[in-house]
Design a protein around this ligand. Structure first.
Ligand code: ADP
Ligand code: MG
Length: 140
């Protein structure tokens, strides 16, 4: 299996509850390596651009407001089959459906405030990494 990269966000509900370390430990324990990380306050324009794919969905405005409600930690994760590995440890979007042992089962507050974002394909991982990081900020 090839070593690949994915993009992760520790969302404002998690940073607010001081869970950055706890979430990161679950990512690391799942076999992912943090090769870039920074804590940022997203602007409204950044959040709207990042989630542009969801702009027709009814929850878009609330999602953007949530994502700018506090700091987030954006990360590049590396590992074997990183996109799937990360999606597996994240758990289902709705924490009510998330399996035991997943980040969202452990920490998510709601379907919106669900603690983490993770890319859903290698192609989107590249786009999302480029959205927040310069190549020289990624140190594997
Ligand atoms: P995922 O983050 O699991 O890939 P989606 O890409 O479908 O899920 O949705 C992006 C984000 O939008 C979710 O992580 C969540 O924060 C929010 N979201 C998804 N569905 C809903 C919903 N029905 N109501 C409110 N927020 C939602
Ligand atoms: Mg998604």
């Amino acid at each position: 299996m090839a070593v690949t990269r994915t993009f992760s966000i520790i969302k404002p509900d998690a940073t607010r509850r001081n869970l950055t370390g706890a979430v990161t430990k679950m990512l690391e324990d799942a076999g992912l390596r943090v090769v870039a990380s920074k804590r940022i306050q997203m602007t409204k324009e950044q959040a709207e651009g990042f989630y542009a794919v969801h702009k027709e969905r009814p929850f878009f405005g609330e999602l953007v407001d949530f994502m700018i409600s506090g700091p987030v930690v954006v990360q590049v994760l590396e590992g074997e089959d990183a996109v799937k590995r990360n999606r597996d440890v994240m758990g289902a979007t709705n924490p009510a459906d998330a399996a035991d042992g997943t980040i969202r089962k452990a920490f998510a507050e709601s379907i919106e405030a669900n603690s983490v974002h993770g890319s859903d394909s290698d192609e989107n991982a590249r786009i999302e990494i480029d959205f927040f990081f310069d190549e020289d900020e990624i140190v594997g």
